[in-house]
Design a protein around this ligand. Structure first.
Ligand code: FMN
Length: 174
């Protein structure tokens, strides 16, 4: 299987896990807002994390984060990881996902593609600065989002099974 998808809908339709920390201490949560592009001459991924999320503490503490994309059949698990907080549940135990330690961060054995990101920038999306009234409604009685831009320093692809390879070049995980 290849990671071919419409770049404008990859977060919205596929969802992802945003993870920060190391194997001894990390947290992960589901995200569907985000983007990929270029800034300051670097390939980047951008994510938006409400200040109330447990993951926010890890995003502030760590220099790196990962954005991991999963096959469609993991959507139910992503739904759970996006509705309960790591403050209240053991996310790894209950999801059954297997954490995989990287040099700078953590991803999961089951992820088909992981973006390893080095934090470049963060800024609050000040609700008072939101021009569109419909978008401002997201903050009525809810915490603001902080935006984190990370340089994509590595893209890890899960090795394909021989049966899935087809004619394509087989890319081994680095
Ligand atoms: C499909 C989906 C997408 C989500 N996208 C975001 C997002 O982009 N940013 C955000 O702050 N929360 C998002 N959430 C909510 C968090 O994943 C959720 O609050 C989670 O329980 C936070 O976990 P934590 O407290 O362990 O960090 C999303 C939830 C779902 C189900």
């Amino acid at each position: 299987m290849t990671f071919e998808t419409d770049i404008l809908s990859v977060f919205d339709k596929k969802w992802a896990l945003l993870t920060a920390g190391n194997k001894g201490s990390f947290n992960t949560m589901t995200v569907s807002w985000g983007g990929m592009g270029t800034i300051w001459g670097k390939p980047v991924a951008t994510v938006y994390v409400r200040t109330s999320r447990y993951t926010h503490e890890f995003m502030d503490r760590e220099d790196y984060f990962t954005v991991s994309f999963f096959p469609e059949d993991y959507k139910k698990i992503l739904g759970v990881l996006g509705s309960k907080s790591g403050r209240d549940m053991d996310k790894m135990n209950e999801s059954g996902l297997i954490a995989k330690e990287l040099k700078q961060s953590v991803t999961f054995e089951e992820a088909e593609v992981t973006l390893v990101c080095k934090k470049l920038f963060m800024q609050r999306l000040e609700p008072a600065n939101i021009i569109d009234p419909n978008s401002a409604k997201f903050y009525e009685g809810d915490a603001p989002h902080d935006m984190y831009i990370g340089e994509i320093v590595d893209i890890i692809r899960k090795p394909q099974k021989a049966s899935e390879q087809g004619d394509e070049l087989f890319m081994e995980e680095p």
